[in-house]
Design a protein around this ligand. Structure first.
Ligand code: CP3
Length: 344
């Protein structure tokens, strides 16, 4: 079985003897080869130069033997063609923040197939580089999460800025969420036509919301994107950091894969979300511990999921730059060597 066949079998909810693994933020600063390559580029240049983006996208596959490639890009690049300044240092710096409703009049509509074509080109370059046997994942941010950054939310301390805008200017807030939704649909379709085998939507900030707020400010927009993609038979995945309060809402979405954060036990996620394919959910901080801990926690998770149809190993959030590469190698080896047996 190729890596792509193994991945796709799990997407379809088939039982496989082995488990595919990829890692959120797998191309990044924890890898010396990435740090070396990045000496010649800013993060934005790297994203905008298809050959360079393909190079760093391929690194974790070629160096660490991971089973899927996620295209090197960022969820916030969609803001630039709207007329917003964006740079990374290394966290995102956005200006101007959305603070007054009048500002939204300046958010010019654009066609992602035009302004963000470099992402499609990077996907096509990656395909040439890695061939047909490796699944390539595209992605975008959920409208709500991108909106959070637009409002100047960078961490939990300034999350209030997002809610303050939405509470005081609900009509304008929803207008921006709709603009981002329509752009995301076109953007993901463009990535799929460029060769992405599946696309993941990152709703990193949704976990800060109550179920009611999620139903108002995120769910309808996610629903619209996912329905539009389902019409094209695209394979879709959703990551929410803080999934637990929405476990009963998620099955209403037209979705193939749910990417689970580390706080939800996989047994609980399995119970609520079956028969959706599940992805997750090793705590990224586990990879800062000793090798033995990595092996034990990884096996424990594989044991927990050994009867589940449709399982892809991942972390519960992005890998930290401080992670020793040796632990990532141990993780991948442990997953690859584990033979599933539902009767054992
Ligand atoms: O997963 C991958 O390997 C693919 C590439 C990818 C990046 N960002 C590259 C990146 C993906 C899928 C993202 C998604 C993303 N970006 C999210 C959603 C997932 C999540 O982590 O919650 C969010 C919220 C962003 C916004 C963003 N971009 C932040 C908060 C930061 C700073 C965090 C950090 O690690 O420093 C970035 C910068 C960024 N995006 C880097 C990378 C590799 C680091 C910049 C660098 O290497 O110089």
């Amino acid at each position: 079985m190729t890596k792509k066949e193994l991945f796709m079998a799990n997407v379809r909810g088939e039982y496989t003897d082995h488990t595919p693994i990829w890692i959120m933020r797998q191309a990044g600063r924890y890898l010396p080869e990435y740090r070396e390559f990045k000496k010649n580029y800013s993060f934005e240049q790297l994203c905008r130069t298809p050959r360079a983006a393909a190079e760093v996208t391929a690194q974790p596959i070629e160096i660490l033997d991971l089973d899927a490639a996620i295209i090197f890009s960022d969820i916030l690049l969609i803001l630039e063609p709207l007329g917003i300044n964006l740079r990374f240092d290394p966290g995102p710096i956005i200006s101007p923040h959305l603070e007054k409703p009048e500002q939204i009049a300046s958010y010019s509509a654009f066609d992602p197939a035009d302004k963000l074509q470099f992402v499609g080109d990077a996907i096509a370059e990656t395909r040439k580089r890695l061939g047909d046997d490796i699944p390539i994942l595209g992605f975008c941010g959920a409208p709500f999460t991108v909106f959070c950054y637009l409002c100047g939310t960078r961490g939990a301390r300034d999350f209030f800025k997002t809610i303050r805008f939405l509470s005081n200017h609900p009509a304008e807030g929803k207008k921006v969420l709709s603009i981002l939704t329509d752009l995301s649909i076109k953007y993901l379709k463009m990535q799929i036509s460029a060769g992405a085998d599946a696309v993941q939507i990152f709703d990193t900030w949704a976990g800060e919301l109550s179920a009611d707020e999620f139903s108002e400010w995120s769910l309808p927009y996610l629903g619209k994107i996912l329905s539009a993609l389902a019409k094209e038979n695209a394979i879709t995945s959703l990551y929410i950091k803080g999934l637990h309060q929405f476990l009963d809402i998620i099955p209403s979405l037209n979705l193939d894969i749910v990417s689970v954060d580390w706080k939800v036990p996989m047994s609980v996620a399995s119970h609520s979300l079956s028969p959706m394919t599940l992805q997750g959910n090793l705590n990224p901080l586990t990879l800062l511990g000793p090798e033995e801990l990595v092996v034990n926690k990884t096996r424990q998770l594989l044991d927990e999921m050994k009867r589940y149809n449709g399982y892809i190993f991942n972390l519960g959030h992005g890998i930290l730059p401080e992670t020793p590469v040796s632990n990532v190698k141990t993780l991948v080896k442990t997953v690859h060597e584990y033979k599933r047996n539902r009767d054992a």
